[in-house]
Write a protein that binds this ligand. Structure first.
Ligand code: COA
Length: 347
């Protein structure tokens, strides 16, 4: 075992033994919430100098859903959480921790998880946020797995919620066409059988932090008239740089997580990549030599919803009856930090 790097098992015999005896953590239910309001590429053509054709060919996005003025991130998270609890026929009292992955919190403090806790009327269970850009949902699964396996929690409510439309500069065509709002929640608990997380890989490189970040509003550049005037409370991104790193790191993470599971790309039933750009998704799929039918995409309908993107894909596959017991799912994400991670999961 390498510190911080998941399971690195070199010996095949040992790996097979581990496969048989290892305790697993599984997703026992999923709930998602997507706000009803839709913004199409045609709508964007009226707002900035862009075209439907440019957006589709460069990103794969046709439309995205936006929250309304009155909503905050925790409102989206709350809806998703309620749906996940309902699907599992559980009450919030059956859960031991609320963990929210987000980069667009309601407030800098307290955490969005505490606002969700208030909404769920779940007093006295721990609640905190995790910030890992668009990789936050996978980081959250990895953290939750370890809390469950070490006995700290029996069940974790993990929510990936993002309301990026309120930190997007709607005059910047390079970013405003990309993002959408949504939340996805899962309940994680110990698996009674072989289903669940088989392996993972996670890394970060803070040297590249300023290629994708929110420049102002924190302690580095507190809010001032000047920061507001310069639009520094909006997402700042060097898109083509992010693109190159995303393609490289998502490929590496997927291959490393598969190696740690003792599996090969051809063993994967469903590849669920973070939905940031169809060209990043296709390039990663090609690097893994996966046929397009194994690569799940819904970016055309939602855009990049950051941490909500993987649970949204999972729920669409589940609700569509496409997930069969024993299916091998490869989840893969990249985001601000930079952060990246992949999880190999047996359904
Ligand atoms: N409509 C029309 N033209 C646009 C445009 C838009 N919405 N946005 C940018 N352009 C223009 C640029 O101004 C540039 O024009 P120029 O050549 O005259 O200077 C041209 O298109 C190419 O810009 P570039 O940024 O090189 O395009 P790209 O092919 O890299 O695509 C992104 C831009 C943002 C779609 C792409 O880089 C991307 O998806 N990056 C990753 C973003 C991401 O995933 N972020 C989140 C990580 S989780």
């Amino acid at each position: 075992m390498q510190t911080g790097q998941g399971y690195a098992i070199e010996d095949k015999t040992m790996r097979m033994t581990m496969e048989k005896t290892k305790r697993r953590v599984k997703i026992s239910s999923i709930g998602v919430y997507v706000p009803p309001k839709i913004l199409t590429n045609a709508d964007l053509e009226k707002m900035v100098d862009t075209s439907d054709e440019w957006i589709i060919t460069r990103t794969g996005i046709r439309e995205r859903h936006l929250a309304d003025e009155s909503q905050a991130t925790s409102d989206l998270c709350l809806e998703a959480a309620r749906r996940a609890l309902d699907q599992a026929s559980l009450k919030i009292d059956d859960v031991d921790l609320i963990l929210v992955a987000t980069s667009s919190p309601d407030t800098l403090f307290p955490s969005t998880a505490c606002w969700v806790q208030k909404g769920l009327e779940a007093t006295e269970i721990p609640a905190f946020d995790l910030s890992a850009g668009c990789t936050g949902f996978l980081y959250g699964m990895i953290v939750a797995e370890s809390l469950i396996l070490n006995g700290t929690c029996r069940r974790v409510l993990l929510i990936g919620g993002e309301l990026l439309s309120k930190i997007t500069n709607w005059k910047d065509r390079a970013t405003c066409v990309l993002f959408g709002d949504a939340a996805g929640a899962v309940i994680l608990e110990e698996s009674p059988d072989e289903s669940g997380i088989i392996s993972f890989f996670w890394q970060a490189d803070g040297r590249l932090a300023d290629l994708l970040y929110l420049p102002a509003g924190g302690t580095r550049r507190p809010a001032s008239e000047e920061t507001v005037r310069q639009g520094l409370h909006y997402i700042s991104m060097k898109g083509n740089e992010v693109f190159k790193h995303a393609v490289r790191r998502m490929g590496e993470a997927a291959l490393e997580a598969l190696k740690r599971a003792g599996l090969k790309p051809e063993d994967v039933t469903h590849f669920i990549p973070h939905q940031a750009n169809i060209r990043i998704i296709e390039a990663t799929g090609e690097r893994l030599k996966l046929p397009p039918e194994k690569v799940y995409t819904n970016i055309d309908r939602y855009g990049n919803v950051s941490v909500a993107s993987i649970p949204l894909c999972l729920e669409e596959l589940r609700a569509g009856g496409k997930l069969k017991k024993g299916d091998i799912i490869l989840m893969d994400a990249f985001g601000a930090g930079f952060t990246w991670a992949a999880i190999v999961y047996r359904w």
